[in-house]
Unconditional design. Structure first.
Length: 579
């Protein structure tokens, strides 16, 4: 009976896909229980399905086609989020850190490869592959920790986007080199054709498509069909002129990113991407050779250690050089402790064009499993990890003596964290004409505040030694806009030991955190998401049905929004948009 079932699976593609998806579901459920990224489950499912264990995959060409579609949709959606303005938004520190980490990791990885006996081409491929980190996995992990709006979260996403741009360029180059014959002539010809094609398509995407917004918005089904047609159509067009389908899909996404409906398109295609992309990771698992992995234990361990430990150290060193605190550098450093989907795609493409053997694909897949799992736990438990390693991390933090000279002055009012909430509080301090100082751990904010003549201190308030230095003994009012409960407990415990009279106002995300802070001695706790409703209720009570009052409120609000926009503030995305 079992033999009949196995034969039926091998002969019927629908039955085979059903069994494969059931195995994927079962393994994914285990990954969810272990709080691991599902990408690991997909690869493990591929290993189980492959020749080493169940050996039930006979329609591998179908899976390969699904895999190509998955990569194309992935890169198309990545392109949708890579509008030209992104480079401007990521900032200088993200640009330098992103490029610097890729270059340093590539150099170290290349020499690692040569020392372990790989040839120069293989060493270069592996070195470049391990220099990229996963934007998708990190965005998900940071979103789960509610850290996307934190300083290290913004910087991390910034330099990961920079890495995505670098990966795109490398994929373009490898795609061009896949053609045999006169490589230089082919590259020149292909790039010339692509530039001409982009020059034709850019005005269409920039001037014509935006005018069709109203038409698209009237039919969600049409928007969905248009997005698929645009992505796969342009991918095929670029494939025709000599690039790979994947690169064409990515450029199609970038061209569409300039439209106002790019985020909606991304949301609609996400499920389709996930379904087909599963096939890519399953296929990777089926191609894993345990015999080759067993002979490559040493390079797997060494490369994994370089990624898990070396990459974070490189980022901490770069950020420390630019005067970011050790905590910001450490948290940002953990986000580069795994390889990316681009790493796997690059090696798969290298094997496809004949530059690499399948053994290298097995090597990178094994490294991916180890580093993605390891880095996930490192990010989930980053706070206790930082507390234990904090004394060793001082070498990554530069002292800013000029900014610390200001500490000799005593202040009555302290604002800990100049962010969206802090902006309004700072204005109130100024109106009250109080002697106040702003404390922040973002060097760029400190520079901006100092240029406006505002007293400010650079430092990390989660550091108990720093709190000792800034003389809170005689402070009258201390306001912390930092929402982390652990940091606020450190602040309040430190202050109350020496200053019982100070009014302490703290910030919390959850009601339970607010209760905890009140119990610890806070005089008032800000819950940001409740303030909007409270303020609106007061406006309604004050203005009633008098439209002129609302016009005045509108004028004031528009002025404040303009000021905030000048400061670079943005309102947090709603839950609907957090995807």
């Amino acid at each position: 009976m079992i033999d009949n079932f196995v034969n039926a699976i091998s002969e019927n593609i629908m039955l085979q896909l059903s069994v494969i998806l059931f195995i994927v579901l079962a393994v994914s459920l285990i990954m969810r229980l272990l709080k691991q990224p599902l990408i690991i489950g997909y690869i493990i499912a591929g290993v189980l399905i492959g020749p080493v264990f169940l050996n039930i995959l006979t329609y591998d060409e179908t899976l390969a086609t699904f895999s190509e579609l998955g990569i194309a949709f992935l890169l198309f959606i990545v392109g949708l989020h890579l509008s030209p303005k992104v480079i401007k938004e990521v900032g200088l520190i993200a640009l330098i850190t992103g490029i610097g980490q890729v270059v340093i990791t590539t150099l170290i990885g290349y020499f690692f490869g040569l020392l372990m006996g790989f040839n120069s081409i293989t060493s270069l491929y592996i070195a470049v592959a391990i220099s990229f980190s996963s934007t998708i996995i990190i965005t998900k992990l940071l979103s789960d920790k509610d850290a996307l709006d934190k300083l290290y979260g913004k910087i991390s996403i910034g330099f990961l986007l920079v890495q995505d741009f670098i990966a795109i360029i490398i994929l373009l180059i490898v795609s061009s080199l896949s053609n045999s014959g006169d490589a230089a002539g082919f590259i020149t010809s292909t790039f010339t054709k692509s530039i001409i094609l982009i020059a034709i398509l850019s005005p269409i995407s920039y001037f014509i498509l935006p005018k069709l917004n109203n038409f698209f918005s009237k039919s969600q089904e049409f928007l969905f069909v248009f997005a698929i047609s645009w992505g796969l159509g342009l991918a095929s067009l670029f494939y025709y002129i000599g690039f790979s389908l994947e690169v064409g899909a990515l450029i199609a996404g970038i061209l569409l990113s300039m439209s106002s409906y790019s985020w909606e398109v991304s949301a609609k295609l996400r499920s389709l991407r996930d379904f087909f992309l599963i096939s890519f990771f399953i296929l990777l698992g089926t191609q894993m050779s345990f015999s080759s992995v067993s002979t490559q234990i040493k390079p797997i361990i060494l490369y994994s250690l370089l990624i898990l430990i070396g990459n974070p150290i490189i980022v901490m060193g770069l950020m420390g050089f630019f005067r970011y605190t050790k905590s910001t550098g450490f948290m940002a450093g953990l986000t580069v402790a795994q390889i990316s989907e681009f790493s796997l795609i690059l090696i798969a493409l290298g094997a496809k064009v004949g530059h690499l053997s399948t053994d290298v694909l097995s090597l990178i897949t094994a490294i991916g499993l180890i580093t993605i799992a390891g880095s996930s736990y490192m990010i989930i438990y980053s706070e206790p990890l930082y507390r234990n390693l904090s004394p060793l991390l001082r070498i990554f933090e530069r002292k800013i003596t000029k900014e610390k000279q200001i500490k000799e002055k005593e202040y009555q009012y302290f604002l800990l964290g100049e962010n969206r909430i802090g902006f309004s509080i700072m204005k109130s301090f100024a109106k009250l004409k109080k002697n106040y100082v702003v404390v922040d751990y973002d060097p760029e904010r400190i520079k901006r505040l100092k240029s406006r003549g505002i007293d400010c201190l650079y430092g990390d308030v989660s550091d108990a030694d720093f709190l000792e230095e800034i003389k809170l003994d005689h402070a009258r009012v201390i306001v912390s806009t930092i929402p982390e409960s652990e940091i606020n407990l450190i602040i309040i415990n430190k202050i109350r030991k020496k200053n019982q009279k100070a009014i302490i106002i703290l910030t919390a995300r959850q009601i339970s955190d607010a209760f905890e802070l009140y119990d610890a001695g806070a005089d008032y706790v800000i819950l940001p998401h409740f303030l909007g409703g409270d303020y609106t209720a007061k406006i309604i009570e004050k203005s009633g049905e008098d439209k002129s009052q609302y016009k005045e409120e509108k004028k004031k609000h528009l002025r404040e929004l303009w000021e905030r926009m000048q400061e670079g503030h943005e309102h947090p995305k709603t839950e609907k948009n957090k995807k």
